[in-house]
Design a protein around this ligand. Structure first.
Ligand SMILES: C[S@@+](CC[C@H](N)C(=O)[O-])C[C@H]1O[C@@H](n2cnc3c(N)ncnc32)[C@H](O)[C@@H]1O
Length: 269
C-alpha cells in the first residue's frame, strides 16, 4: 500500500502474519504431502515475509525460489536468520517478463501483497503456466477495496473511492487488478479447472497500532493527491483530522484483504 521500502515491509509483516488464513496454509500443506521434496516459488518475495510465515507450516524438505527485482530487499532476505543458501535460491528478476521464470519445477507458486499490482492479462498467463506445471497457488493479502475507519469522517467514502481508483492504475504489469484481484483471480483459476478456496484476511488496527496507521494514512493521502490534485485542501483537511485521531489514540482502521488457495484438478486434498 505504501511502496516496497524495507522499513514498510518490516512494519507490516507482523500484521500480515496475524491476518493470514491458517486453514488455507494447512490445506496447501496437506496437498503437498504427496511430494517428497517440496519446491516453492515465491513471486515478489521482498525481504522474505512469505517464507517466514509459510516455511514452518509446510512439509519438509523444502526448496524455495525467491523472486524479486529489488536487490536491497533480497540482500536483506539473505542476511536473515534461518536463510540457508542450500534451500533458498534468490532470483533477481523483473516479473513483468514472465516467460523466462522457471515455473515448470514448482509444486506451488506463492505470492503475498503482490497480486493487486498486476493486470488480469499478466495473472492469466501466470495461471496458465502454473496449470501446465500442475502447480498449486497460494496468493495472500490482496487488497479488496474496503477501508473502514472509526470514528467515521464525512469524506471517508470519497477518499476510499480515490484510493481504489489509484490502485487500478498501471504498476508496470498493465492496468492493475487492484481491489478486484481476488474475484478476477478466482474466475481465471476456476476456468482452468482449479479448486479455489478464499478467505477474508483484513488488518484490524486499533489505537495501539498508531505507527502503521500513520504510514497508511500518508500512503493513502499521497495516492489521493495523485488522483485528484485539484482537491489538495480537501485531502489535507481529511488527512490532518485522521492524523489527530491517530495521535490522540482514538483511531481504528480495518483494511480488507483476501487470501486464495488454488489446487489443480484431480489431485488428492
Ligand atoms: C508489497 S511488496 C510485498 C513483499 C513480500 N511479498 C511481503 O509480503 O512482504 C511487493 C514486492 O513485489 C516486488 N515487485 C514489484 N514489482 C516487481 C517486478 N516488476 N518484478 C519483481 N518484483 C517486483 C517488490 O520489489 C516488492 O518486494
Amino acid at each position: 500500500m505504501t511502496g516496497f521500502h524495507q522499513d514498510w515491509l518490516a512494519l507490516r509483516e507482523p500484521y500480515d502474519h496475524t491476518a493470514r488464513d491458517g486453514e488455507l496454509a494447512a490445506g496447501l500443506s496437506s496437498w503437498l504431502r504427496a511430494d517428497p521434496a517440496v519446491q516453492v516459488m515465491d513471486l515478489g518475495c521482498g525481504t522474505g515475509s512469505n517464507l517466514r510465515y509459510l516455511a514452518p507450516r509446510l512439509p519438509r524438505p523444502q526448496t524455495w525460489h525467491l523472486v524479486d527485482n529489488d536487490s536491497t530487499l533480497t540482500d536483506a532476505l539473505a542476511r536473515h536468520n534461518g536463510f540457508d543458501a542450500r534451500e533458498h535460491h534468490v532470483h533477481l528478476r523483473d516479473l513483468t517478463a514472465l516467460h523466462d521464470l522457471p515455473i515448470g519445477s514448482a509444486h506451488v507458486v506463492v505470492a503475498s501483497a503482490l497480486m493487486d499490482l498486476v493486470s488480469r492479462e499478466w495473472f492469466s498467463s501466470l495461471a496458465g503456466r502454473c496449470r501446465e506445471a500442475g502447480a498449486a497457488l497460494l496468493i495472500s493479502l490482496s487488497y479488496d477495496g474496503h477501508m473502514r475507519w472509526q470514528p467515521g469522517l464525512p469524506d471517508d467514502a470519497w477518499i476510499e473511492a480515490q484510493f481504489n481508483a489509484h490502485q487500478r492504475g498501471e504498476k508496470h504489469f498493465g492496468p492493475a487488478m487492484g481491489p478486484t484481484a481476488n474475484i478476477v483471480m478466482s474466475g481465471i483459476l476456476q476456468d482452468l479447472g482449479y479448486r479455489v478456496t478464499t478467505a477474508a484476511t483484513p488488518w484490524v488496527l486499533g489505537p495501539r497500532d498508531g505507527e502503521i496507521q500513520k504510514e497508511l494514512l500518508s500512503g493513502i493521502a499521497a495516492a489521493c493527491m495523485a488522483m485528484a490534485p485539484q482537491e489538495e485542501d480537501r485531502i489535507a483537511c481529511w488527512s490532518d483530522r485522521r492524523g489527530d485521531l491517530i495521535r490522540e489514540g482514538h483511531s481504528h482502521l480495518k483494511v480488507g484483504h483476501g487470501d486464495l488457495l488454488a489446487l489443480p484438478p484431480g489431485e488428492p486434498t
